[in-house]
Design a protein around this ligand. Structure first.
Ligand SMILES: Cc1cc2nc3c(=O)[nH]c(=O)nc-3n(C[C@H](O)[C@H](O)[C@H](O)COP(=O)(O)OP(=O)(O)OC[C@H]3O[C@@H](n4cnc5c(N)ncnc54)[C@H](O)[C@@H]3O)c2cc1C
Length: 427
């Protein structure tokens, strides 16, 4: 039980709720700008997160901007894609802003590395500190949070006050939801599940993706709108999982265990996917896509990462957008904190949702169209059976699906994607 005399207070320029990639990136960039930032995280590190552990070049780009030391991390060259009887290999795009390689890093380690990096830059991390609600002033402006630390007799109520609060609490987004920022049910939502296997192919330099996930008997049922992945971890294991997407938040009732068992039973034996080699259970989680929670700034509250529905509807990637959102948010917050009036703070902070819109708005709207198309099993069939054998087309598709296109300049594929993204209303 929590009593008043047990209460403790935290005060900072900025409170960040959640220390996943979005929270760690925000905290790192704020601390690097010399701001006083406190991160409140309900778990204790190292902690796991259900994930494919895949980092595209877009994510590597952000790690570079954070100054992360990635020496010794497992790198990969691109994707091997199987589907419709075809197998193709596609190198990661190597562009002006993208490094031409991806990585894998178990989230148990990645998230710990990221938050330690933020702490080394000056952020204060409070682990085992679960945020329970917002503190607002008389005008309804967010001025801090309430949180709880410890368990049983050791439970303490904590009050954390700041000029700006950042919601980085992941898909549950409890804080943002408590302030009325409901998720938009008409945006795409994914569900994905993963486990690990010990495998002799753990050191391979290609990430593998399988486009044929069947709802029932292979060849005699519908192709699901999604893919299965095998991501070599370089430590004797591979991360194996599958994800499926739906154009609305309603229809994500995938029987993922059945589909997973069936899919892995048809994979080549040399992967070693036997029950004896499995490390840990198959676990699933939701993927909030296409900005399904907005606005990304309301008075005093900034929303980053999964909490703001920032997962890509094209491939289910959420780490790169979470890291980028943290960087953009930190820059806007620093400008806001330099203002002398509330109106000035809000004007400076409005740059953050606007930049997100420019970076991802059109792209994620294209993604919504993509999801609506592949939801139709016949179109999924056409793409898999007739699209894959065309290398020229697949070069463009690779850039589109992995957010591997240059926003400014670039080649004809980059310009085609940016033009299409400009033609649709922004998400
Ligand atoms: C099966 C699966 C596979 C995936 N594979 C990939 C992949 O290969 N590559 C990729 O880029 N993305 C992948 N994703 C998506 C990716 O995992 C997320 O997009 C990413 O983790 C988002 O980061 P985040 O910081 O916004 O949220 P999270 O990583 O969820 O972090 C949120 C943090 O907030 C903390 N928190 C929550 N509530 C509170 C509270 N009330 N108080 C304090 N702390 C709180 C949590 O403990 C957590 O540490 C996958 C997702 C799934 C489900």
């Amino acid at each position: 039980m929590v009593t008043d005399d047990m209460a403790r207070d935290i005060a900072a320029d900025v409170i960040v709720v959640g220390a996943g990639p979005a929270g760690a990136s925000t905290a790192y960039h704020l601390a690097a700008l010399g701001l006083d930032v406190a991160v409140l995280e309900k778990s204790e590190f190292p902690r796991d997160k259900i994930c494919g552990d895949g980092l595209t070049p877009a994510a590597v780009h952000e790690l570079v901007l954070m100054g992360m030391d990635t020496a010794g991390w497992t790198r990969n060259r691109g994707l091997t894609v199987h589907g419709g009887g075809h197998t193709i290999q596609m190198e990661w795009p190597d562009g002006a802003s993208l490094p031409g390689y991806g990585m894998t890093r178990a989230r148990m380690r990645l998230d710990h590395d990221l938050i330690r990096h933020a702490v080394a830059a000056g952020a204060h991390l409070h682990e085992g500190c679960a945020v329970t609600g917002a503190l607002t002033d008389g005008d309804g402006r967010v001025v801090g949070v309430r949180a709880r630390t410890g368990r049983g007799d050791q439970a303490r109520e904590v009050t954390a006050r700041a000029k700006i609060v950042v919601e980085a609490g992941g898909v549950s987004a409890r804080l943002a939801t408590s302030l009325g920022l409901e998720k938009n049910e008409r945006r795409p939502m994914g569900v994905a599940a993963r486990t690990y296997f010990r495998s002799p192919r753990s050191d391979e330099e290609w990430m593998v993706s399988h486009l044929e996930l069947w709802s029932g008997e292979p060849g005699r049922s519908d192709l699901l709108p999604g893919y299965g992945w095998i991501f070599p971890m370089g430590d004797g294991t591979v991360n194996v999982g599958l994800g499926s997407v739906s154009s609305t938040a309603r229809a994500t009732a995938l029987s993922y265990r059945k589909v997973f068992a069936q899919w892995t039973s048809h994979l080549p034996e040399e992967w070693g996917f036997t029950p004896a080699n499995q490390v840990g259970p198959l676990r699933s989680a939701a993927l909030p896509m296409s900005f399904n929670r907005k606005p990304h700034y309301i008075e005093g509250l900034v929303v980053v990462g999964d909490a703001g529905g920032m997962v890509s509807p094209f491939n289910g990637e959420g780490i790169a957008p979470a890291l980028k959102a943290g960087r953009l948010a930190a820059a806007a917050i620093a400008q806001g904190l330099a203002r002398t009036s509330r109106a000035g703070v809000d004007r400076a902070l409005s740059a953050y949702p606007e930049q997100l819109r420019q970076e991802y708005g059109g792209y994620y709207s294209l993604g919504r169209i993509f999801v609506r198309l592949i939801e139709n099993p016949q179109i999924m069939h056409l793409c898999t059976y007739y699209g894959l054998p065309h290398p020229r087309l697949m070069k463009l598709v690779n850039k589109l699906l992995s957010d591997g296109f240059e926003r400014r300049g670039g080649d004809i594929d980059d310009r085609l994607i940016t033009t299409l993204a400009k033609l649709v209303p922004k998400a």
